[in-house]
Design a protein around this ligand. Structure first.
Ligand code: BV8
Ligand code: ZN
Length: 269
């Protein structure tokens, strides 16, 4: 059973804070059925994600890499946001000083936000501000390898042959998934926004990340260096546990609804 004392302490920290940064990783989508990177299903056939999610792998065998992204698109396309995604969407709609930064490319945060808005939960807050800052791109977007045209694309991928792979609607060149691969720089504007949110946050809530991939894993350190505190939710301890003032062992879908259901007006100091 979760450490209720720890959850209560974290609730107080979150309840008395305005400027909150939420940083999520694959663990927040685990209960939706999305395989994590380091979890048991992280392995795709005989390839480690770090091997396939590289420009070198795409250069060497675009058909194999597209087959992997096609598999993930199909798998993730059948998944629904879970109660952790919903709790986060509500907090970012309720509190205009809350920011969501995600490493996930599964689009489940966006789906949870759309549904919260359609349930009338936008409470006049601007939805665009509540939208997740996507550090590593999206499974459901493509980018042209020649003219850099970017577009959303939820179609199944035909990776039977190189000739059947997705092509650019503008110049006909080969498309690639619009994600950030290992060894590639993140979009500077997106990284700047994420670092800005980390520097000004009073609390950085880190949910379901192993904290091994940079620069994402350095954002909570930035919050701490800027005088804020780190709260972690993970089923296991991670390299970020030692920088957290509160680290809750539990599944995001079970912990976040109670952790974030903070009535801002009645938080007793
Ligand atoms: C870059 C998109 C400039 C593609 C991804 C500094 C030190 C060391 C290395 C580096 C460094 N700086 C740069 C590097 C290199 C590299 C890196 O970090 N390598 C790692 C492996 C050591 N970084 C880069 O290449 C970045 N680019 O820095 O450019 C540069 C370049 C070269 C050299 C210097 C500078 C680009 C990184 C982005 C790569 N793209 N994704 C795709 O998805 O296909 S990363 C991808 O993997 C995800 O987006 C995510 O970021 C990462 C997986 O991590 P998690 O999401 O945390 O998932 P994981 O499975 O690991 O953990 C899940 C956690 O959840 C676990 O802790 C588990 O316990 C927990 N959990 C499970 N279930 C639950 C749960 N928790 C709660 N509830 C549950 N139910
Ligand atoms: Zn093109």
């Amino acid at each position: 059973m979760h450490d209720l004392h720890e959850i209560d302490r974290a609730r107080r920290l979150l309840g008395s804070a305005r400027r909150i940064l939420i940083l999520t990783g694959a663990g927040v989508s685990a209960e939706s059925g999305v395989p994590t990177f380091r979890g048991p299903e992280g392995l795709w056939r005989t390839h480690r994600p770090e091997e396939l999610a590289t420009p070198e792998a795409f250069q060497a065998d675009p058909r194999l890499v597209w087959e992997w992204y096609g598999f993930r698109r199909e798998r993730v396309g059948a998944c629904r946001p879970n109660s952790a995604h919903v709790a986060i969407a509500r907090l970012t709609l309720e509190n205009e000083d809350a920011r969501l930064v995600t490493q996930n490319v599964d689009g489940l945060h966006e789906l949870a936000l759309e549904e919260a808005v359609s349930e009338g939960l936008s409470l006049g807050g601007s939805v665009s501000r509540a939208a997740p800052i996507r550090l590593h791109g999206s499974l459901f977007r493509t980018r042209c390898t020649a003219c850099d045209d970017r577009t959303s694309d939820r179609h199944p991928v035909d990776a039977k042959s190189e000739a059947s792979l997705p092509r650019c609607r503008k110049c006909g060149a080969l498309l690639r998934p619009d994600v950030v691969w290992f060894g590639e720089q993140l979009d500077p504007e997106i990284l700047q926004r994420a670092m800005g949110a980390a520097e000004t946050a009073e609390v950085c809530l880190v949910v379901g990340t192993s904290g091994l991939v940079h620069p994402a894993a350095s954002l909570p350190l930035l919050t701490r260096e800027s005088g804020g505190v780190v709260v972690e939710v993970n089923t296991e301890s991670t390299p970020l546990t030692e920088v957290a003032v509160s680290s809750i062992r539990g599944r995001a879908g079970q912990v976040l609804p109670s952790l974030l259901a903070v009535d801002r007006n009645h938080v007793v100091d």
